[in-house]
Write a protein that binds this ligand. Structure first.
Ligand code: HEC
Length: 100
């Protein structure tokens, strides 16, 4: 009798542990799928602040149209690689002021 109650005690403990595990998993997963408070940083935006903020403040992407950004990224993007310039330009153009 004694042993079986210990066994029951252990399986109860196991059940508790696994439900804690399931609960933790649930919390972790729902934490991941919950709408983010901050949208994840766009890699182009990250590059833009890394490559374009050393000499002057970052200008909002909405300040210029896509065409104008094209010129500025070519003109001032000398420190960036071709691939980085493309990422920066993609980010800026996606958020650019609509051309009239
Ligand atoms: C080596 C320094 C330097 C870096 C790096 C740099 N710029 Fe500039 N940028 C300047 C200078 C100098 C000007 C001239 C106007 C000024 O003094 O603000 C300027 C002006 C600009 C302007 C025009 C601002 C205006 O008011 O007319 C834009 C837009 C611009 N840069 C975008 C960029 C972008 C995009 C990058 C990254 C690809 C970048 N810059 C990186 C030095 C830099």
């Amino acid at each position: 009798m004694r042993t079986s109650s210990t066994k029951n005690g252990i399986s109860f403990l196991c059940l508790m542990m696994s439900s804690v595990g399931v609960w933790l998993l649930y919390v972790l997963l729902s934490g991941c799928s919950a709408p983010a408070e901050r949208p994840p940083l766009d890699p182009g935006q990250a590059l833009y602040s890394a490559k374009c903020a050393s000499c002057h403040r970052l200008l909002p992407a909405q300040d210029y149209t896509a065409d104008v950004w094209q010129e500025y990224v070519v003109k001032y993007g000398k420190q960036a690689t071709e691939q980085q310039r493309q990422e920066i330009l993609r980010y800026l153009q996606q958020n650019a002021r609509p051309a009239q």
